[in-house]
Design a protein around this ligand. Structure first.
Ligand SMILES: [Zn+2]
Length: 441
């Protein structure tokens, strides 16, 4: 018999949910072997003990081990505006509350502090990767790298001036500067992030398509968020935003369409044919009464559907377990079919489908050999998740984020036994309070 191979870490959970090759697979008496930040094996515990000599073993006797959640759409710095303005329609909320507050306060310090507060919340809730769209993406990238989260930061583009840029050329110029700078940061990448059809004109969108092809980065955009957006576009140009984006050649396999609550059957079929990914944000859509994304129809058309929380100013949390449950419940109501979006599919949307949307499926989204060791543990030994007939059912329909005990990204612990390992939560909360006092005036 050969000597056991030395590795960094062996994790032995009660249940191991790899998501691949199938989202409904649950392994028992299996271990996850990690070395150099990567998954080197998923194998039976007996065999693992013979094969590997781990430097550290983590035994999780009551826990489910699964890939970290991928929050495919958020504005993390907006955590500083959580609860600033609620119970308002989208355009009233944006034009009369959010945009004025942003105009006064947003700068690099605001963004860094907001992202830090969001990071503490995201890590505690089992999110290991987030795709962000906001001003000062350099700050988002720096904080993500500091705390060890994986991030895709959006190179935001709008037509109108903000603290970040004066016009679309400057947005692109500053975005590309961030693109160059984050190349050297671990686990951080970029996407073009034209805000929405109603805030970005044709010229920047054409330029973004050219640059996305050249640099091989995805394009992340709010699309068809509300009926009003579609109606106004038709009144102004005679075209639905989706049609305009297609004519600008923006829609393709690298396009990430967020919201998509207003879709004709033809547009749903086209999303499938073109290979567009959709990010579903059910709680933000519910809170802003934006509409209901036809998730069962999109899935039936073969569309890759990921899940996002949107920002904490319109959700009001960054809780992917909660979002997954809302998505599963809402899809059934919208489809009029209790079989729509079953638990394994909801879990896949929160993990592997998010990775696919971001172009990161070779690296994250499932627990298979060769991928980065981005995983989380959820303790099910809790009155609200006992007894366990079906572990996936408990995770999707009953577990809360307070049951997330351990979070690893690239083999590095960000949360151990419920304790943050890479950041000072009290300091992040204290800065949040200071910003509240400043914003409230
Ligand atoms: Zn959004």
């Amino acid at each position: 018999m050969t000597n056991p191979q030395t590795i960094d870490l062996l994790v032995i959970p009660r249940w191991l949910i790899p998501i691949e090759p199938a989202a409904d697979r649950v392994l028992e008496d299996h271990a996850l072997a990690v070395d150099g930040g990567r998954i080197v094996d998923v194998l039976p515990v007996d065999f693992a003990r013979q094969t590997y000599a781990p430097r550290e073993t983590i035994t999780l006797p009551h826990h489910a081990l699964l890939p970290g959640f991928v929050n495919a759409h958020t504005h993390s710095a907006m955590s500083l505006m959580r609860g600033l303005a609620d119970d308002l329609a989208l355009m009233d909320w944006l034009q009369n509350h959010i945009w004025p507050a942003e105009g006064k306060h947003v700068g690099k310090a605001f963004c860094a502090d907001g992202v830090r507060l969001a990071a503490a919340e995201m890590i505690r809730g089992g999110t290991t990767c987030f795709s962000d769209m906001y001003f000062f993406p350099d700050a988002t990238a720096e904080v993500a790298a500091q705390v060890g989260l994986r991030a895709v930061v959006g190179m935001i583009v709008m037509d109108f001036p903000t603290a970040w840029a004066a016009d679309w050329q400057e947005y692109l110029h500053r975005g590309l500067d961030v693109f160059e700078r984050v190349r050297n940061l671990p686990r951080v990448s970029t996407a073009f992030a034209p805000h929405a059809p109603y805030t970005v004109s044709d010229a920047p969108l054409l330029r973004i398509r050219e640059l996305a092809n050249e640099l091989n980065v995805p394009v992340h955009m709010h699309v068809h968020e509300t009926a009003g957006e579609v109606k106004n576009a038709i009144a102004a140009s005679g075209k639905r935003p989706w049609t305009r984006l297609r004519e600008l050649d923006l829609l393709g396999t690298d396009f990430i369409a967020v919201h998509m609550t207003q879709l004709s059957d033809a547009e749903i079929a086209e999303a499938g044919t073109l290979g567009v990914s959709v990010v579903h944000c059910p709680e933000s859509n519910l809170k802003l009464a934006s509409g209901f994304a036809p998730i069962a129809k999109l899935l039936a058309a073969g569309v890759n559907v990921a899940l996002g929380t949107d920002g904490a100013a319109s959700n009001n949390d960054l809780d992917m377990l909660g979002e997954m449950r809302s998505a599963a419940l809402l899809a059934k109501a919208v489809a009029g079919d209790a079989r729509a979006l079953p638990a394994p599919m909801a879990l896949q949307m929160a993990t592997l489908s998010g990775a696919r949307a971001l172009g990161l499926e070779a690296e994250i989204g499932s627990l298979v050999k060769g991928k980065s060791a981005d995983f989380i543990a959820i303790d099910l030994d809790h009155p609200s998740t006992q007894p366990v007939y079906n572990v996936l059912s408990q995770i999707v329909y009953a577990a809360s984020r307070d049951q997330v005990t351990d979070v690893f990204v690239g083999g590095r612990a960000l949360l151990r036994k419920g304790q943050l390992q890479t950041m000072d939560q009290d300091a992040a909360i204290a800065r949040g309070r200071e910003w509240r006092d400043c914003i409230r005036g």
